[in-house]
Design a protein around this ligand. Structure first.
Ligand code: SF4
Length: 458
């Protein structure tokens, strides 16, 4: 376990970027961009002799990187593109023509980058993380400079050798590592969850409360734009599965029904599918906490806004509760499908969604914790086995299922006394970590087992 207090920013957990995968698309793009930036600091004499950049992908990045567009993301990053400002159409156009090369700026000249420079390595590679990428600047076959990166889920990356960067160097007003510690801080200082999280966020980012509020509103706006686009877009998703979009069909169906439990569920399904289908199509989404799981929270927040008519202040408070749960899982287990299987992605998103709903409805921190615990508990052991390496089957429907479970977790947690909940959030996160560690690699975003093997029957 990381022994430093949690110092992740809400804007690192919820990131704007192109789909379909935070670990396989956004992470590698950021790593490539970072490599480019690091090259700028190399001596010009070294850069002058370079003739190519080679990229080696290992682990899950190699196994399912093609379906996730990892190669395009790497080209984009080396061209200087950043996830939040990338045009998804331009990104999808990269590498369409296999013979085309792209000019990478190295010092005061450019060198060509083509598909032959990106290597999906099949051999085993000793690495502390499942998703590893190595960038090499090469001259006549000799490596001039290299950097290894780990994509650890949710678009977060770590450079080799910098794993031990000390986040405790940040002076947090209310440090915590576990839900137990978080609750102690809340009680001791008589704070609301939102007040505590905001104070820590200000310490981490240096932003004012007003600026942070505005940026959370903007995140919600990005999420809801993805939902609205997905409700409009019809047709088939990219890739060999030829999966037809379903969100607009469900939306029309829900609109044709009288208000009922069925129509409520179909609306929620439609919203979650809409954002997930946009993600699968490579559209701009918000990691929540990952791109694969970027339908759960957008679907629930859209529902909360348009059906429950919660105001901005309430939605922001809910987002802080969701963030707190996401931080705790990321810190004490992992939000990466390649590390934890799908319980790390959809399981975490469902727990965050349950916490969001419970907080918005004005319940206690005990109820928020119980809802999140239930959300994770009933995703334990869920594997990650996307067919063909595409974030489509089971991922898209899984977002809708995760949101429905989140809603039920909220109902279960708010009936009766939260103190009667036998399992704590900290305990279930520990179980998630142990289960993820014991899970066979075949079920961790490699498409080597499970549903992925039923591809021939599709
Ligand atoms: S199965 Fe789950 S964890 Fe795996 S890619 Fe799909 S959404 Fe992500």
């Amino acid at each position: 376990m990381n022994n430093s207090p949690i110092s992740t920013s809400i804007f690192d957990l919820f990131k704007v970027g192109p789909g379909p995968s935070s670990s396989h698309t956004i992470g590698p793009m950021k790593a490539a961009f970072d490599f480019l930036e690091r090259l700028k600091k190399r001596p010009e004499a070294t850069l002058q002799t370079a003739d190519s950049v080679h990229i080696q992908l290992y682990g899950s990045l190699s196994a399912t990187g093609k379906g996730h567009g990892t190669d395009r993301a790497i080209v984009a990053g080396l061209l200087g593109w950043q996830p939040e400002s990338t045009d998804p159409t331009a990104l999808l156009a990269l590498l369409k023509e296999p013979a085309k090369t792209y000019p990478v700026q190295i010092g005061n000249r450019t060198i060509p980058l083509g598909v032959e420079h990106i290597h999906f390595e099949r051999k085993k590679y000793e690495s502390p993380y499942a998703n590893t990428v190595v960038f090499k600047l090469v001259s006549a076959g000799e490596t001039l400079f290299e950097q290894e990166y780990y994509s650890i889920g949710g678009g977060f990356i770590i450079r080799k050798g910098e794993e031990a960067a000390d986040p405790s160097a940040i002076q947090l007003p209310y440090p915590y590592q576990t839900m137990k510690e978080l609750k102690t801080r809340l009680y001791d200082h008589q704070l609301t969850l939102e007040q505590l999280m905001l104070a820590n966020e200000t310490a981490v980012t240096g932003r004012s409360a007003k600026e942070i509020d505005q940026r959370i509103d903007l995140l919600l706006d990005f999420m809801h734009k993805a939902v609205r686009r997905g409700l409009r877009h019809t047709g088939t998703l990219p890739g060999s599965i030829k999966l037809r979009r379903k969100a607009p069909v469900l939306f029309q169906q829900a609109r044709g029904l009288a208000q009922s439990s069925d129509s409520f569920l179909i609306f929620l399904n439609a919203y979650c599918l809409a954002a997930s289908e946009e993600n699968a199509a490579g559209g701009i989404v918000v990691t929540a906490p990952t791109s694969g799981a970027s339908g759960v929270i957008p679907g629930l927040t859209y529902l909360a806004k348009h059906h429950f008519h919660y105001d901005k202040t309430t939605l922001r408070a809910g987002m802080w509760a969701a963030a707190a749960v996401g931080f705790l899982v990321k810190h004490n287990a992992s939000i990466s499908g390649a590390e934890m299987g799908c319980m790390g992605e959809i399981g975490t998103a469902s727990a965050m969604g349950a916490a969001f709903l419970t907080q918005c409805a004005g319940h206690s921190i005990g109820a928020v914790e119980a809802a999140a615990e239930i959300g994770i508990e009933h995703h334990l052991g869920m594997t990650c086995d996307p067919i063909g390496g595409y974030v489509q089957i089971p991922c898209i429907e899984r977002n809708a299922m995760g949101a429905v479970k989140a809603y039920n977790a909220f109902l279960l947690a708010t009936a009766g006394t939260p103190a009667n909940q036998k399992i704590s959030l900290d305990a279930v996160i520990k179980v998630m970590k142990a289960t993820g560690r014991d899970m066979s690699t075949k079920y961790k975003e490699t498409s080597e087992a499970g549903l992925a093997l039923s591809a021939t029957e599709c």
